[in-house]
Design a protein around this ligand. Structure first.
Ligand code: RAM
Length: 910
């Protein structure tokens, strides 16, 4: 097998059309058949459009470096709208030279706004009412000369759009251009249409537009036109010919417009489509558009346009219904078997004019009836009127639904039975690559892991949303912040959060405050809402700091950290200016420990004092900004934020810790935060840890935490000597617990611990999502502490891996995780047989690892019967306090040692 350089990426992606980075960064992985392989040097080459490496545009030469991620292009200035090719080779610590990697390509998009020649266009208002609900088409016919070499479309829309050329839908992206803070930033997409054009003849191009996030219904107050009151298209087609000439077709007033079959399409409400109003062939050259109206140009900017920044939304998977149910109320309902996000596709054989209505729901009520109460005002309904063509198929275009159950009405009775074959569910989300696996000996925990992943899939639809079904679906900062590290285990979310953080920065108030949701849809007005009217909440606004820091940790993205640094600092200064005392945040509105179970009746907010939470997060964000300043080499800031952190920490103790070392707030969340954010030390810390454990034990091993405490609860216990308690919380099946919802048949994470109560009744309709990823934040602890797949944070991106499985009360007999990290695949797992524990793990080449095992003596640890410290790849071994630490290089290992009798749980002394 030897030594290979592979999986070369450019800005986290491969073969991507339309990047506007002038110095894109490359990353690659190394594969080696020898343990302990490190890269000692690399050589990168970039070739121009011809892909000819004999005269490359840039050759880095052999660079003595172990860098194999985030290596920026440093050749001659790139040109816009050009294809480039790249390849890499590497040398390793055994003196081996790899072959060249496979060549990958990327294509640049526009680099400056003046490259846009097209005009924003929309149907003439005199012909089509801009506020009318139907989707409309804009189209144009044009001649193409013979000998096309390539053709690219650069396009975006105010609204959501799909592009067509000569009757074919272009590309497979959905809901383009995606959602950004449109007034400040908007993405455009690039499409390769070379093979769709007819050389030497007439051609047609067009787009269909619906409201989407730009002007559709957004927020629970039923607001339309948040970003503008007209839908519009901006499109520029560049055709390159063999003779070196180029032609450009632009959206302008020569285009024609008409309405079509889609009579209404809204993100929350679904789609109404009358197939009889279809205009077949509307984007083909032969189409007669004489009945179409004219288009007019409108004044929208191009200066804020940015090339697509992450993976588009696509159909990722299709699922068949599991069961046809006739409910007690007499409805015909299909069970998809999974709470999914996306749409259905149906195939029908019905007379023309038959109208089929599909409604989407997450759960059936306790009597087994279809239940839509928790959708609030979102209709999630599909109303389709058939054209009567045998086998006609339909799937809605500009909407998505969160559902497991589908009620079907309007079909002739004899066709109901055929529904199982007529319908498939299309799961849609941002097309991020799956990177994580976790499984263990508990089927229920494995179901929990699947629920976490489904929760992420359903809510990573271009922005990280709270929920995908009711009239909300917003980029809640708190939810994103608590879940981000778990998200980065399950999927590659580097580009996804890079985009979202740019929106966060764009929507941040000049005083540093951070809106509750990003994009800031709750306060999106023209002229802008004054900043003093846009509130910020602790633990929500802290997303400004926690999310970029997490991206740095998981992907080594220093450029993103420096892009966000000002925004991170601004958030901390904002807090400092808010409190009456600059080290204590005791003013303003806060969500507190949202949905904590210790809340007073009729309140959503848990009992932990809000100023305690706010001050704890103030300290935490300040510490992370300090760490960021260290990474960015800003010495003065390191001092500044160290001092600030010390002051906040002192103030926290003065205000919230009694002189004898008891935490003034007797809640689980208060204890968790004091421990997690290192706000207490020594004996006080031990006492607070002991009291946290007691709070959990006294509650019969049940949690009371809400959004703020839950993500850290098990960490705070495990880190302070109470791992067995943390495991009991994980394994708890009665309410409230993670496995309670699993025992109730959940296939996603619920917003409330008791979304469905033990007696089958529901939490109030007012706020009861069955697909809310926040509590899925336990996933991070499962990967890092149960399976033991962790990192040493002094080196980002898993360059220095930490394998530290923790075994508990015997309730699990094995656990295993894998992560496709920036350096390659990491695995960590353990199994416990009668009297032996086996720990298996894999460290990718160019990374190293530290293996930490408790309750074992070095002499007992063996690989293939030989002393572990003598194993190939092990570079150091240490033994202290009943623990063993081995430092090792890349490779796959399997160590065994005798299992101890179950030890009494005792706090580890620091
Ligand atoms: C709810 C959202 C979200 C939460 C806020 C405070 O409306 O669903 O999950 O962050 O409230």
């Amino acid at each position: 097998m030897g030594f290979h350089a592979e999986s070369l990426t450019c800005e986290y992606r491969t073969d991507v059309l339309g990047l506007d980075f002038k110095a894109p960064r490359f990353g690659w992985k190394l594969r080696s058949d020898r343990r302990g392989t490190l890269q000692t040097s690399y050589r990168l080459q970039v070739a121009g459009a011809d892909g000819d490496y004999s005269a490359p545009l840039w050759d880095s030469g052999r660079v003595a470096s172990d860098a194999s991620i985030q290596v920026a292009y440093a050749g001659p200035e790139l040109r816009s709208r050009t294809r480039y090719h790249a390849r890499v080779k590497a040398w390793d610590s055994f003196g081996r030279e790899s072959a060249w990697s496979e060549s990958v390509w990327w294509e640049t998009a526009f680099f400056t706004p003046d490259e846009w020649r097209a005009k924003w266009i929309t149907p003439a208002a005199s012909a089509i009412d801009p506020q009318a609900t139907p989707a409309f088409m804009l189209a144009k016919r044009f001649e193409v000369k013979p000998d096309i070499v390539s053709a690219r479309v650069y396009a975006t829309a105010a609204g959501v759009y799909e592009l067509y050329v000569n009757g074919e839908k272009v590309g497979d992206e959905l809901l383009a251009p995606g959602w950004t803070s449109y007034r400040k930033r908007q993405q455009y997409q690039t499409y390769d249409v070379t093979n769709l054009l007819t050389a030497g003849g007439p051609n047609g191009i067009g787009a269909m537009l619906a409201n989407g996030w730009f002007k559709g219904r957004l927020g629970w107050e039923t607001t339309f036109n948040l970003y503008g009151d007209r839908r519009a298209l901006l499109l520029q087609l560049h055709i390159a010919y063999a003779d070196g000439t180029e032609e450009i077709v632009c959206s302008d007033e020569s285009w024609k417009a008409a309405e079509g079959a889609i009579r209404l399409s809204e993100l929350y409400d679904g789609e109404t489509c009358d197939a009889n109003l279809e205009q077949p062939g509307w984007s083909t050259p032969a189409f007669d558009d004489s009945a179409w109206s004219t288009a007019e140009s409108i004044a929208l900017p191009v200066t804020h346009l940015t090339a697509q920044e992450h993976h588009p939304i696509r159909v990722i998977e299709t699922i068949k219904p599991r069961e046809l149910i006739r409910t007690p109320n007499g409805e015909v309902v299909l069970d998809m078997g999974q709470n999914m996000v996306g749409r259905i596709r149906m195939t029908l054989d019905v007379p023309a004019g038959t109208t089929v209505t599909l409604k989407h729901a997450e759960v059936l009520d306790k009597d087994g009836n279809f239940y839509v109460g928790n959708l609030r005002s979102a209709k999630q309904a599909i109303v389709y009127t058939a054209a009567g063509v045998p086998g006609e198929t339909y799937a809605p275009t500009f909407t998505f639904m969160g559902f497991r159950y589908l009620s079907v009405a309007g079909l002739p009775e004899e066709q109901a039975e055929g529904l199982m074959d007529a319908i498939v569910g299309e799961v849609i989300h941002t097309d991020m690559a799956p990177t994580g696996e976790f499984d263990c000996s508990s089927d229920m925990v494995n179901q929990l892991q699947r629920n976490i992943q489904w929760g992420q899939r359903g809510n990573f639809v271009d922005v990280p949303t709270d929920c995908p079904q009711r009239d909300e679906r917003l980029g809640w900062t708190g939810d994103a912040q608590v879940f981000v590290r778990t998200a980065a285990f399950n999927y590659d979310v580097a580009a996804f959060f890079t985009k979202w953080l740019r929106d966060l920065k764009a929507d941040q108030n000049p005083n540093g405050g951070v809106p509750f949701v990003i994009p800031n849809a709750l306060f999106e007005t023209d002229p802008p809402t004054p900043q003093e009217k846009i509130p910020s909440s602790s633990a929500w606004g802290d997303a400004a700091v926690i999310v970029p820091w997490t991206m740095y940790l998981c992907y080594g993205d220093v450029r993103l950290l420096s892009e966000q640094y000002e925004s991170m600092c601004a958030w901390v200064s904002f807090i400092r200016n808010e409190g009456e005392n600059e080290y204590l945040w005791n003013t303003g509105f806060h969500f507190g420990d949202w949905l904590g179970l210790d809340a007073k009746e009729n309140s959503y907010v848990g009992a932990t004092p809000r100023d305690l939470i706010a001050t704890a997060f103030f300290a935490y964000s300040t510490r992370l900004v300090r760490e960021t300043a260290v990474v960015l080499g800003k010495a003065a800031d390191v001092r500044k934020y160290s001092e600030l952190h010390d002051r906040i920490k002192a103030e926290f103790s003065r205000e919230f810790v009694t002189p004898s070392g008891r935490l003034a707030a007797p809640t689980q969340t208060a204890h968790v935060l004091a421990l997690m954010f290192d706000l207490v030390e020594g004996d006080v810390k031990k006492r607070i840890a002991r009291e946290l454990n007691e709070l959990v034990v006294q509650n019969d091993y049940h949690l009371t935490t809400g959004f703020v405490g839950t993500p850290y609860l098990c960490f705070a216990l495990s880190d302070n000597g109470y791992h067995a308690t943390a495991v009991k919380l994980l394994m708890q099946e009665t309410y409230p617990s993670w496995l309670y919802s699993v025992s109730k048949g959940a296939t996603t994470i619920w917003e409330h611990w008791d979304g469905i109560k033990p007696d089958g009744s529901f939490w109030s309709d007012a706020m009861n999502s069955y697909n809310h990823y926040a509590y899925g934040a336990i996933g991070e602890w499962m990967y890092r502490y149960v399976a033991g797949l962790d990192m040493d944070e002094t080196e980002a991106a898993y360059k220095k891996i930490r394998i530290r499985p923790r075994f508990a009360d015997g309730s699990l007999t094995h656990a295993r995780a894998a992560l496709e990290s920036p350096y390659g695949r990491i695995e960590s797992g353990w199994s416990q047989e009668a009297d032996e524990i086996t720990v298996r793990f894999t460290v990718p080449a160019n990374a190293t690892a530290e293996l930490v095992l408790d309750d074992v003596a070095l002499a007992e640890l063996k690989e293939d019967g030989l002393a572990a410290d003598l194993a190939d790849g092990v570079t150091a071994a240490e033994e202290a306090d009943g623990s063993v630490r081995l430092t090792l290089g890349s490779g796959s290992y399997a160590f065994r040692y005798p299992a101890k009798q179950e030890a009494e749980q005792e706090p580890v002394t620091a």
